[in-house]
Design a protein around this ligand. Structure first.
Ligand SMILES: [Zn+2]
Length: 362
């Protein structure tokens, strides 16, 4: 293993061929990189710290809502312009670009799930990418994601192709999604849905590969294999990561090459999955796993436990069980209690890095 020595990857936010090198290496060596949703400088540093300590690369991503939160909940975010989401994502990107080198690890800067009605958000970010590219020879973001899985397959693919054409000159990565994300028994009644539409079929993956490959090699596919977004009670979701293996074999045969795993897969709705399910998916070419929900929970637990434990010090600015004139400033300083959330989130990110075999890959 040696992303830095063997591959000579730079540290800080990486782009283009470095992202391709990282994902190719991950697919070859059998590890995946957790993609952590960040909504603040605090969650960014929690993730960076975990990756640095685990000697691993990391993917940081902002969702449309998370990006707006970065700008501030009080900022207008119209459907047509997505001002807060565009501005917040750009602010997050500059912040991450500034601090990432301090951690000495490669970081992929990504944006999460952009559904059809959110495309103005992506348009705004791409405008900024192109501006940044003119000045610096790299886009601002390493990678973006388009989720048109709810739309007809042909529309999904043709829209993604149009965006891939815009991203390709900047060697910017594009992640797309196909297939129903939901579950067999997750409370959604899928009795009327046949198996073919519940799980992505190999022909769908090949259709994407055929459409994308002539334009760019910088893309990945989030294919449904029984995934759900969010966390459900154990036993309610049945994943079929072996389907990804079938897709790889199908595409490999169509391409007629020696590459047995030609597709870059992304695992969505990963929170709550077992370690074995992750490892099976990774063995079939998953190089990125989204882990938002578990990280939100982890971040809360540190703050929750801190407040619960210190509640008698947090009711007034002055006065606590040690005396009526004792000050509580050291207890209510946000650097103390927010930090507790960072620590528990960091611990959870570290667990993902170990589970996905990414720890120790630098
Ligand atoms: Zn998804």
């Amino acid at each position: 293993m040696g992303l830095l020595k063997e591959l000579n990857l730079p540290t800080g936010v990486i782009y283009g061929d470095d992202v391709l090198k990282l994902f190719t290496y991950a697919r070859e060596k059998g590890f995946a990189i957790p993609a952590v949703n960040v909504t603040s400088s605090s969650t960014v540093v929690a993730a960076l710290e975990a990756a640095r300590d685990a000697k691993a690369p990391i993917i940081l991503q902002t969702s449309q809502g998370g990006a707006a939160y970065f700008a501030g909940k009080g900022v207008k975010n119209s459907a047509e312009k997505q001002e807060a989401s565009v501005g917040g994502a750009i602010a997050a990107a500059h912040y991450i670009r500034s601090v990432a080198p301090l951690y000495g690890i490669p970081v992929v800067l990504h944006t999460d799930h952009c559904a059809k009605k959110l495309l103005p958000w992506l348009d705004g970010m791409l405008d900024e990418d192109e501006k940044f590219f003119k000045q610096n020879g790299i886009p601002l973001f390493s990678s973006h994601m388009i989720d048109l899985s709810e739309e007809p397959v042909d529309e999904n693919i043709s829209t993604c192709v149009a965006y891939l054409k815009r991203a390709a000159p900047m060697k910017q990565w594009l992640e797309m999604e196909i297939g129903i994300t939901g579950g067999e028994e997750d409370g959604v009644d899928n009795t009327g849905v046949d198996n073919a539409s519940l799980y992505t079929q190999p022909e769908d993956i090949w259709q994407i590969e055929q459409a994308f490959r002539p334009i760019s090699k910088y893309f990945s596919i989030a294919a449904g294999f029984g995934n759900v977004h969010g966390v459900y009670a154990p036993g309610n979701v049945r994943l079929h990561p072996e389907l990804l293996g079938k897709h790889q074999a199908f595409v490999s045969e169509k391409l007629g090459g020696d590459d047995k795993k030609p597709v870059f897969f992304v695992f969505h709705g990963g929170s709550g999955s077992s370690k074995q399910e992750y490892l099976d998916a990774i063995s079939h070419g998953v190089i990125k796993v989204n882990v938002d929900t578990d990280m939100q929970w982890a971040y809360l637990t540190g703050i929750r436990d801190y407040v619960t434990k210190n509640i008698d010090y947090l009711k007034t600015q002055v006065g606590n069980p040690e005396g009526p004139s004792k000050p509580n400033k050291k207890k209510y300083d946000p650097r103390v209690w927010v930090r507790e959330g960072e620590k528990t989130m960091s611990t959870r990110v570290a667990e993902c890095l170990r589970d996905f075999n990414a720890a120790g890959t630098l």
